[in-house]
Design a protein around this ligand. Structure first.
Ligand SMILES: [Fe+2]
Ligand SMILES: [Fe+2]
Length: 402
């Protein structure tokens, strides 16, 4: 009897231990499932903590390459005696001053703030950080290569490019570190070797980089000022760094202004006018569509995506018209009506892309919307532009008028 009772007690004790273990396991499983769910935002990883880069599309940030021999000619003082070396040397000294050397220092608030961002907001934050990091890194790669290639042709310009690549490396690194707060960083070395590079002739590289620096400036400063006015929306400390950060972008843009000023053929004929409008519109439309696809991000910061975008475009355009020979008339009442129409059509295209339709049917369903988007972009392109710039075209002079 005693033996039977002991056996029963042992069984009970075992059952109790097993039960406890099972409950602990179950609890752990719940915790693990919860952690997995919070991190399972649908992002693919290359390895633990390293995010696979998002698929490239027309609207994603690109890496650029150019004709470096032609770039050398552009910066050769023999071929281009108009180069204002005194101005470039002064700029180089400014870059060497390295005003933001001690600016990009993280603190303990980053990780904690990232942990507090959950669900859909977490997902769109990671997407924002990735896009920004890729764009900054793209600048780093291009400027670094230009710094290397121009060393013997024009050491001052080469040094400016190298110093600008220093800034962009800092910006990209800071953003990538922010991504690691969300447990998903980018492998920038892998991206360097594996991402597609888009080729632009030097003239177009200068238009495109000028614009991306200036629009970058206006984006950063507008977000910064908004969050200064609305500190409750400061979800993550990254944005507190934008005020000094955007001054780097402004200086980079000013360097390209100096380059454009001494190349009259880049800014003083009808071809230059067409390309100027084309690049302005490409940059504005890409940003407008991209940001409206991710309006939840801007809303999470308390921004109205449309107002924010329109403000950035209007301000960038005002800055750009001081050097480009023509810019779109973005303050024409129809300009943003047409841009909003593009957003609606783009939403339709995305909706079809996300549907369960078989791929060939998706392509068919998308076609009329894509066609209307192309027509819409063409309509925006043929709107009467603003003639502007720094050259007195009527007198056919190449002298600066400011
Ligand atoms: Fe930058
Ligand atoms: Fe920059």
């Amino acid at each position: 009897m005693a033996a039977t009772m002991m056996k029963a007690n042992n069984q009970l004790a075992r059952a109790s231990v097993q039960g406890r273990a099972a409950r602990v396991c179950a609890r752990r499983a719940v915790v693990v499932r919860a952690a997995a769910a919070s991190d399972d935002l649908g992002f693919k990883t290359m390895r633990n903590g390293i995010k696979e880069a998002s698929a490239e599309s027309l609207l994603t940030p690109r890496f650029y390459t150019t004709d470096f021999d032609e770039m050398e000619q552009l910066f050769s003082q023999q071929i281009n005696p108009n180069l204002d070396m005194a101005e470039l040397e002064a700029m180089c000294t400014e870059f060497k001053n390295d005003y933001n050397q001690r600016h990009f220092v993280r603190n303990e608030t980053f990780k904690k703030a990232a942990e507090g961002i959950t669900g859909e907001t977490r997902k769109i934050f990671i997407e924002f950080l990735e896009r920004s990091c890729t764009a900054e890194f793209s600048g780093f790669l291009l400027y670094k290569e230009l710094g290397r290639r121009l060393k013997s042709t024009n050491p001052v310009v080469a040094e400016i490019f190298t110093l600008m690549s220093r800034d962009e490396a800092r910006h990209a690194g800071f953003l990538n570190k922010a991504m690691s707060d969300f447990n998903l960083a980018l492998d920038l070395g892998f991206l360097t070797k594996n991402r597609k590079y888009t080729f632009f002739k030097p003239k177009f590289i200068i238009y495109a980089t000028y614009l991306s620096e200036k629009i970058g400036y206006w984006r950063y400063i507008s977000i910064y000022r908004h969050l200064q006015r609305n500190p409750d929306n400061q979800l993550y400390p990254l944005f507190e760094y934008f005020e000094n950060w955007c001054q780097d972008e402004n200086r980079h843009g000013d360097f390209f202004t100096a380059i454009l000023k001494v190349r009259p053929e880049f800014v003083n004929d009808w071809v230059a006018k067409l390309w100027s409008r084309f690049f302005c519109l490409s940059v504005y439309i890409t940003m407008y569509l991209n940001d409206h696809q991710r309006s939840a991000f801007y809303e999470s910061l308390g921004l109205n995506t449309t107002q924010f975008n329109q403000h950035v475009i209007i301000e960038t355009n005002k800055t750009t018209e001081r050097i480009f020979p023509a810019v779109p008339d973005v303050e024409h009442p129809e300009f943003f009506t047409k841009m909003d129409e593009l957003v609606k059509l783009n939403n339709k295209v995305i909706e079809i892309g996300n549907s369960d339709m078989p791929a060939p049917l998706k392509a068919l369903a998308r076609a009329p919307y894509v066609e209307r988007m192309i027509a819409g972009i063409f309509q925006i392109f043929i709107m009467k532009p603003i003639d502007c710039g720094s050259f007195d075209l009527e007198a056919n002079q190449t002298q600066l008028s400011y």
